[in-house]
Write a protein that binds this ligand. Structure first.
Ligand SMILES: O=C(O)[C@H](CS(=O)(=O)O)OP(=O)(O)O
Length: 229
């Protein structure tokens, strides 16, 4: 198995084979917390307007999204697992747009298969990929605003790589490293209430979920997120 690591939207655009679009803080942690509650449908989109169009077409659609980390005007929720983990989402329709994570999903057009990447379901994702025996796996780190590498996405890529290669790795060490890292600072800053500390802990609950998440491109270019069973 050849494992390639790349970055940002450009990395997603050229990514081949089984592609994992990684966004630990917070898009694909949020996606897992939502999917754990069995919503009817989650659609990931790049543009804010597309999310609003989905709501116009189906007014009961819940809108989740951020730019610069902050909840968007007119949206129901920010990109915050804290907000979503306590919501009753069973049977709901959801549209999700974020600054980095969902931009990667909608641009992974060369991929044979696209999966989301987060620490909360990394082991399940790696086990699933191993079962597929792919020739090429591309790990795309979306980072901060899809333009700057971040430690949490780098560490997640490394963790996935170790799991794929069957190398030893200790989730507790990853968690301690990230809790002490500058990447945790925005969740500990009282002047950034849109980044609550509880999000940090929910995103670092490593391997909490036992399902991978597949991103399936629809005809209109939006992407449906589904639990792989
Ligand atoms: O909501 C977040 O924490 C981030 C902010 S940014 O894109 O890195 O500016 O969004 P995400 O797309 O989940 O990385």
């Amino acid at each position: 198995m050849k494992i390639v690591v790349s970055d940002f939207v450009e990395g997603a655009q050229t990514a081949e084979g089984v592609v994992v679009i990684i966004d630990v803080f917070r898009a694909f942690s949020v996606a897992c917390y939502c999917l754990a509650q069995a919503p009817q449908q989650i659609i990931a989109v790049g543009a804010i307007e597309q999310a609003l169009e989905l709501k116009s077409a189906r007014p009961e659609t819940l809108l989740i999204g951020e730019r610069e980390g902050k909840k968007l005007p007119g949206f129901d929720f920010g990109n915050s697992p804290t907000e979503l983990a306590s919501e009753a989402l069973q049977g709901k329709y959801i549209a999700h747009t974020t600054h980095a994570g969902t931009q990667g999903l909608v641009n992974a057009k060369k991929a044979k298969m696209v999966l989301t990447g987060a620490l909360v379901n990394a082991k399940a994702t790696a086990e699933y990929i191993r079962s597929l025996r792919p020739e090429v796996v591309t790990l795309v780190r979306m980072g901060w605003k899809a333009e700057e590498n971040t430690e949490e996405d780098d560490v997640c890529a490394q963790y996935l790589k170790s799991l794929l290669l069957g190398e030893p790795c200790v989730p507790e060490d990853i968690k301690s490293q990230l809790l002490a890292s500058p990447c945790a600072a925005r969740f500990l800053d009282p002047e950034q209430p849109w980044n609550p500390e509880s999000d940090l802990h929910l995103c670092l609950d490593i391997d909490r979920f036992d399902f991978p998440v597949e991103a399936i491109t629809r005809q209109d270019g939006t992407v449906e997120l589904r639990r792989v069973t």
